[in-house]
Design a protein around this ligand. Sequence first.
Ligand SMILES: Cc1cc2nc3c(=O)[nH]c(=O)nc-3n(C[C@H](O)[C@H](O)[C@H](O)COP(=O)(O)OP(=O)(O)OC[C@H]3O[C@@H](n4cnc5c(N)ncnc54)[C@H](O)[C@@H]3O)c2cc1C
Length: 387
Amino acid sequence: MLLAGIMVNFELSDEQLMLQEMARDFANEEIKPNAASWDRDSIFPREAISKANELGLLTLKIPEKYGGGGMGSFEEVIVLEELGCGDPGFATASGSSMLASYPIITGGTEEQKEKYLRMVTEGKIAAYCVTEPGAGSDVQAIKTEAVRQGDEYIINGQKMWITGAGYADWFFVLAYTNKEAGYKGMSGFIVEADLDGVELGKKEENMGQRCSDTRSVTFNNVRVPVENLIGGKENDGWMNAMKAFDLSRPSIASHAVGNARGAMEEAIDYASERNAFNKPIIRHQAISFMIADMATKIEAARMLVWKAALKADSGKKNTLDAAHAKRFSADMAMEITTDAVQIFGGYGYSEEYPVARRMRGAKVVQIFEGSSQIQRLIISREMLQDI
Ligand SMILES: Cc1cc2nc3c(=O)[nH]c(=O)nc-3n(C[C@H](O)[C@H](O)[C@H](O)COP(=O)(O)OP(=O)(O)OC[C@H]3O[C@@H](n4cnc5c(N)ncnc54)[C@H](O)[C@@H]3O)c2cc1C
């Protein structure tokens, strides 16, 4: 029986297997050998992102008519697990353009799709601007406003923690067009990065995923043509941003699954070589049970991610599934990367080995794209809405 592209026996199709192998080869050849130096020196992996884009790995969900892969969320999460296994920072850095593209895929006009999705498939970078200095989890507390003046909107406000901002050619920006209406007064805009009044902050010195570029973006009387109001309709921004989260959360969760899998694989290799008390430490049951638990949790997280992605592909509302997948995968990856450091002992605490970078990189997934607390809020709301 075929269910939205996956056999219920959990076997991937030949095409999906080929895609997975291509992404795995890319991670092994282009990401893993460079990830430590990118992180240490805070180098944005521009060239590797371009290569991944040329292979079509970063734009699978963009329709073919705009140059994308025309595939589903399911194919996307298979590929993103491999990129996350390569390095969690690379996965985030290379994911900003898709994140900014989701609201255009779900709510953009044909002209917006043709222009801005095509820019992404041709290798330009985009960034997603929702968070502000005073508003993260509480999106309705944003202050950015867009006021219509003739054929333009004038945008004023500051966004914070914007991934990819320093390299972006365009931004998705959530702003109020009618502050009195609360969340029903928000609209999404596409803002080109070279417009007058777009000002970038310094690159943030983050704990992990240091190759990813994160900074503030200030919009100071930025004049945006009315054609760049997403969907051509005011006050649709909130619903569209929420629908985009339902697509992006399985993707971010798959990064976490990949990062955890990478940490487990590295821990198995290390524990097979390292001797203590006259045998490889993997022969001590305390260690092999830690690895068994890692494998179970990774498998469980992957199943949640696959379910959330398949539901998105079937056209059904997947808000609850996406929240389950994001919450569980993010917390699981934090736990597993911490356990991997433990298995490496003192060497795990050194940046000479990859698990310290994986542990630092795992942390932010519990914070961005809706923190683990916010996912619990969504899960409880979705579960209890009829009670
Ligand atoms: C490296 C990095 C990259 C990012 N990239 C982007 C990006 O590209 N675009 C973008 O728009 N944003 C981005 N963000 C911002 C990110 O989405 C926010 O940091 C996140 O939503 C949390 O918001 P906050 O930092 O303001 O924390 P707050 O909202 O102030 O939350 C602080 C703490 O309180 C908890 N909390 C808040 N409300 C509740 C509640 N109701 N119940 C229980 N607990 C609660 C939170 O879980 C958190 O632990 C990025 C952040 C980082 C660190």
